[in-house]
Design a protein around this ligand. Sequence first.
Ligand code: ZN
Length: 246
Amino acid sequence: MRYAVISDIHSNLEALDAVLNYLGDNPVDRIVSCGDITGYGPDPAACIKKVWSLSNFKSVIGNHDAAVAGKIDVSGFNIEAQAAIKMNAENLSDADKSRLASLKMSIKEDKLVFLHGSPRDPLHEYLYLLEKMKENIKYFRGDICFVGHTHQPLIYEYVSDKKDNFFEVRKDVEVFNFEPGARYIVNAGSVGQPRDNNPAACVVFFDTKNLTLTFRRIPYDVEKTQEKMRQAGYPGKLAARLGFGI
Ligand code: ZN
């Protein structure tokens, strides 16, 4: 089985299209999203329509999706994120909001788990630190837990309490081989708002046959998205950060 794992599309249609075009040329069996289809960007309705039209697509819910759908309060978000959540919500039909609201906290398939933040707290916890990764490895069953939320691609490898590793993914294409017997938390990065100083969209391929993980960056027309955001009145800071990948 060949998976494409994506995360944090954040209403960025140009970035999503670039990834789906790539997947058109390089098809997979399943596309799984680790949440936050919406929030931040200017095209929530078009992004929802596009992913729901894919026959092999599944997603978990992210914190922005939950806020846009009215399931959680916006007060926990920073001021720009709040503004974008409100604008996204105003641009969505009730049907689209209930689509978002229907997304589950986690998806389990074979020995894989997909969720947004962390196994311990799928909606809110950020996994940046090795210590937090180590704590969280006990909160899921299976070999690999795919997450998003931090918008930074990385791999945590757990062999035992005394032996674990942390790999930051910084190349445009990075191939990683899984160690049989080890367990992993893999952050799929972000399609629509990367925060690792690389503006290109991120997608992760996982092949269950040869246990290979491939991270790939896909450039898209950032300026087009930025222009749409300015036209629609989204906070300038949110448009600007896309250009830097921060
Ligand atoms: Zn996000």
